[in-house]
Design a protein around this ligand. Structure first.
Ligand SMILES: NC(=O)c1ccc[n+]([C@@H]2O[C@H](COP(=O)([O-])OP(=O)(O)OC[C@H]3O[C@@H](n4cnc5c(N)ncnc54)[C@H](OP(=O)(O)O)[C@@H]3O)[C@@H](O)[C@H]2O)c1
Length: 313
């Protein structure tokens, strides 16, 4: 049994979840940057019951039903996981562990991206690219709750309208740049990536608007020198362009996992019914079928979140 350090808690894992970051991690994308060695523990998201707390923990107690994004403490695809207390909050009461585990990484990315990077305000117009994905499905609902006018892309428009979007664009049938051309959008929240979406946004994003991306120009490519150079070149060029007033602000999200207060806010959104967790129709995966879960994730067309059930509630 792992032993928590002073500022950590030990969680008996009931459930975890899967996002693209999980298979990218397993593929070794982040190994050079975080000095990872394989075999390595896997899994960021967790929902479960706290069974031990470190001496310096003050907020979280043994017996709490809690959820977290462990970040690089990792290891939630297992029966017990260690997590810094600063990452942990009580889970929403209205949903079970399997559903709650689908919130941390994606929900935090959405809330931080909209609030801290886009600085979204009531009445503003936002386009969310990838509106039915893990992050996008939260972003659509949170942006609505923040009082914005929300357009979103999806291959199943009815799904994103069901989340509360004001407008859905089927990116497989329509060119986003042409559909929105000439309009005045304040924010684009890009959960898909690729230079083509940045280029298309120039047709409808205000010059003083903001383009927030989770991904950058090289979606789904293993991180390497080529990808890093391309990304940095684009970033520097666009940031310089924004300083000179030539193009909208360009901003790359880096989710902060040590954000228990944001998990509290997400819990309130969920328990008040303002936000629901969109679950992919696939049945929950198990510790024995993690590779199948990664394969499903790599299709790049998951609807909402993939679940990993470890034990019954
Ligand atoms: N920077 C950070 O801190 C951070 C944090 C979290 C996630 N991320 C990254 O953000 C990205 C999104 O994460 P996620 O969990 O939302 O992924 P996801 O659940 O796989 O969702 C991806 C969505 O993209 C849509 N899509 C696929 N190809 C598309 C295209 N060509 N045009 C428009 N939409 C397309 C799919 O919609 P359809 O099914 O309708 O095709 C799918 O719903 C990933 O690359 C992830 O690694 C970064």
């Amino acid at each position: 049994m792992p032993e928590p350090k002073d500022t950590e808690v030990l969680i008996r894992v009931h459930a975890s979840a899967c996002g693209p970051g999980d298979y990218k991690l397993a593929r070794g994308d982040m190994a050079p940057f975080f000095r990872m060695k394989f075999p390595s523990p896997m899994g960021f998201d967790v929902s479960g019951v706290v069974v031990k707390v470190g001496q310096k923990c003050s907020r979280i107690k043994v017996g709490d039903s809690a959820y977290a994004n462990t970040a690089f403490t990792l290891g939630t695809y297992s029966e017990y996981a260690i997590c810094p207390e600063a990452h942990v909050a009580l889970k929403p009461e209205s949903i079970d562990h399997v559903t709650a585990a689908c919130i941390p990484v994606s929900g935090l990315s959405a809330i931080q991206g909209l609030r801290d990077y886009a600085k979204l305000k009531p009445g503003q117009k936002i386009l969310i690219i990838g509106g039915t994905g893990g992050v996008g499905s939260y972003a659509v609902q949170i942006a609505k709750a923040m009082g914005a006018y929300v357009a979103a892309t999806a291959s199943q428009p009815e799904l994103v309208l069901g989340l509360g979007a004001d407008e859905a664009i089927n990116y497989r049938e329509q060119d986003i740049g042409e559909v929105l051309k000439g309009q005045d959008y304040d924010v684009v929240f890009d959960c898909v990536g690729g230079a083509e979406y940045w280029n298309a946004a120039q047709k409808f994003l205000k010059k003083d608007g903001v383009y927030v991306t989770l991904v950058g120009d090289a979606p789904n490519k293993p991180l390497g020198v080529g990808v890093v150079v391309t990304t940095l070149k684009a970033m520097v060029g666009r940031k310089l362009g924004a300083m000179l007033g030539r193009n909208p602000t360009y901003s790359n999200v880096m989710v902060n996992a040590a954000a228990a207060k944001d998990l509290v806010e997400l819990r309130e959104y969920v328990d008040s019914g303002k936000v629901r967790v969109l679950l992919d129709p696939s049945a929950p995966f198990t510790l024995e079928t993690v590779y199948d879960m990664f394969e499903k994730m790599q299709t790049n067309h998951v609807k909402g979140k993939l679940r990993l059930k470890v034990r019954d509630d």
